[in-house]
Design a protein. Structure first.
Length: 368
């Protein structure tokens, strides 16, 4: 039985924890910016393949206090690295430090790498480690002098589903898009409309959710090449995920004022295998008519981070309020970094939720 940690965008801890609980995984605990759970490597495979809102799945090797480089070295050296990393394994190091005496990340990387090399050299009774084999990415976090060391089982982050090689400016991360659809409680029964679809992330994630299709079915993971995670557990996890899928099609609508964005969104949907579920169109959200009698609008309109752009975005919100805001039968879930969005939109939100799009503080304005 192992301890796992799933980093996530701030504000998505609850949705991520709910996902893991629905998978039946053990001892799920949400913390600030991450979610913990316990399980074997089969649980690790399941989480990697099916998680929509987590960034990666880390296997926790240990934790200890590290107020000095000596303490950091000895703490890493005491870990059972040889139980996971083979003689020829690659073990690069990356991580971060916050509010700690050891604030230099490059120095921490160097000490952890040295300690891991010493421990593995002792384990395999050698002074030379070739590092020509599979990747065993070591990650560390040092928060208030408490160090945690992990192995990254995921590889490329989980938001890289594989269907979006191209994107328009300011794309929404897939994990956040999935969370928005989940917070809108969309499961495929009603209609969903994104009038600012861009490269199509929200409608594509909505279609995957409606089908209950695991987002990681068509991509590789780092731990697939590890002896402790044989091929069978990944094959079984994928078979289980496929058995849980629902047939379509669904009423999902995606529009944008930019024809190139719509063409790109359609191509991304084709790559994701959900093009048949989404109706694409070129239209201006400020004047567009609703594509169905009722449903949920989930969208990510332009933010406007610079002053002139922000003024344009504020005018866009006013125009949206005069059109989308007056639609009957449509719940609305609009994410924006504008703290006064409600004032420009012309109506107070039923509920607001603080989220982060990368490092940008945003608010999900919910009208229902």
């Amino acid at each position: 039985m192992f301890n796992f940690t799933v980093p996530c965008l701030f504000g998505l801890e609850g949705p991520c924890a709910d996902e893991l609980r629905r998978m039946g995984l053990g001892d799920v605990r949400a913390e600030n910016g991450r979610v913990r759970f316990t399980g074997d490597m089969s649980a690790c495979a399941k989480a990697n393949i099916r998680l929509r809102t987590g960034e990666r799945v880390l296997l926790r090797l240990g934790a200890f206090e590290a107020r000095s480089f000596d303490a950091l070295f000895e703490g890493v050296k005491a870990l059972p690295l040889g139980d996971f990393i083979p003689r020829d394994g690659q073990f690069p190091v990356k991580g971060y430090s916050l509010d700690s005496a050891l604030h230099s990340v490059p120095d921490c990387q160097r000490i952890i790498k040295k300690a891991a090399a010493v421990k593995l050299g002792q384990t395999y009774r050698t002074q030379w480690l070739s590092e020509t084999g599979a990747l065993y990415q070591l990650q560390f976090s040092i928060i208030k002098d408490q160090a945690e060391i992990f192995l990254d089982t995921t590889g490329a982050p989980l938001f890289k589903r594989g269907y979006r090689p191209g994107h328009v400016a300011a794309p929404l991360r897939e994990t956040l898009a999935a969370a928005l659809v989940g917070l809108a409680r969309y499961r495929g029964r009603d209609a969903l409309w994104d009038p600012f679809c861009g490269s199509g992330t929200i409608p594509i994630e909505a279609a995957l959710i409606a089908h209950n299709r695991a987002p990681g079915l068509n991509r590789p993971f780092a731990a697939q090449s590890w002896p402790i995670a044989p091929d069978k557990i990944w094959a079984d996890a994928k078979d289980e995920a496929r058995s849980l899928e629902y047939p379509g099609p669904y009423r999902i609508f995606a529009s944008d004022i930019d024809p190139k964005a719509v063409a790109l969104a359609r191509e991304n949907a084709r790559r994701a295998g959900v093009e048949v579920d989404i109706t694409f169109s070129v239209s201006d959200a400020r004047t567009a008519s609703a594509p169905w009698e009722q449903g949920a609008i989930v969208c990510n309109p332009p933010y406007g981070e610079r002053m002139l752009e922000r003024q344009e975005a504020q005018q866009l919100y006013r125009d949206m309020g005069r059109t989308l805001g007056r639609l009957e039968g449509w719940k609305q879930y609009i994410i924006s970094s504008e703290p006064d969005f409600e004032r420009f939109y012309g109506a107070p939100a039923t509920k607001r939720r603080k989220l982060y799009n990368g490092m940008i503080l945003c608010y999900l304005n919910m009208y229902y």
